[in-house]
Design a protein around this ligand. Structure first.
Ligand SMILES: [Zn+2]
Length: 255
């Protein structure tokens, strides 16, 4: 089946589905200029992930200083990014009542920025635009924390209680947020169409979500440039760019 035929088939699946779920990965963000940190030449090729673990962050002032030094350099890339046609197509599917929810591995807030309501976005790896005090729970915008870093406060502490301020992203060695994981599993199992977009399905346990969906009887579709370990069990595989395929599908879903 050519790309056109695959797009038409996916559009038809969206039209027929009662509970379509979209699952997005780094491939959706790269087209907004956010590098895939895990890809060759990515940030974790240049920095040792073992130095940026949750344990190091919590465990010592030096661990936090090292983390924030890197964060000060990487956050402006996320802040400058804008949603691309893939994000807009997903938000539009929601507006046309063709989306139960979007489960994402991305931390860049771009699904929200494209207009998808917060309750429709399940973030498995957290959100880089927000931070929180681990002691008192005070919430901070990452922009505010970034301002402190720029003012050479190299290990930001909570303004209210002096506690450790941590971004709402899931660090290496940190468990994924239990509430989000449970909700994502529930939605995956309840879905009748589960569409993976821009994920190589290499990072577990996030990559179990399509497995849950498939086992519960959903039609599984994978839209990704590279092969994934689940291609063989998918009902439809589309080799294409998210920002190209999704708007074409959205177009054919119609009003
Ligand atoms: Zn606090």
């Amino acid at each position: 089946m050519g790309l056109g035929g695959s797009v038409a088939r996916l559009a038809e699946l969206f039209v027929r589905a009662r509970r379509p779920v979209v699952f997005t990965g780094a491939g959706v963000s790269t087209e907004s200029g956010i590098p895939d940190f895990r890809s060759p030449g990515g940030i974790w090729d240049r920095f040792d992930p073992n130095e940026f673990t949750y344990q190091n962050f919590i465990g010592s002032l030096e661990g936090r200083r090292r983390y924030w030094r890197l964060g000060r350099a990487t956050y402006p890339v996320i802040r400058a990014a804008r949603p691309n046609p893939a994000h807009h197509a997903i938000a539009e599917l929601h507006r046309r009542a063709r989306l139960d929810c979007c489960i994402t591995q991305n931390i860049d807030n771009l699904h929200h920025a494209a207009g998808l309501p917060a309750e429709k976005v399940i973030e498995l790896h957290g959100n880089a635009t927000r931070a929180r005090c681990l002691a008192c729970g005070a919430a901070y915008a990452r922009d505010e924390v970034h301002g402190w870093l720029e003012a050479d406060d190299d290990v930001p502490a909570c303004r209210a209680c002096g506690g450790i301020v941590k971004p709402l992203t899931v660090l290496f060695g940190e468990a994924m947020p239990a509430r989000e994981v449970a909700e994502a599993e529930r939605r995956a199992r309840a879905s009748d169409l589960f569409v993976v977009v821009g994920s190589s399905l290499a990072v577990y346990p996030a990559a179990y979500m399509p497995v849950h969906a498939k086992h519960a009887g959903a039609t599984l579709v994978i839209v990704n440039l590279a092969p994934t370990p689940l291609d063989a069990s998918a009902d439809l595989v589309i080799r294409g760019r998210a920002a190209e395929v999704l708007p074409a599908v959205r177009e054919q879903v119609g009003a």
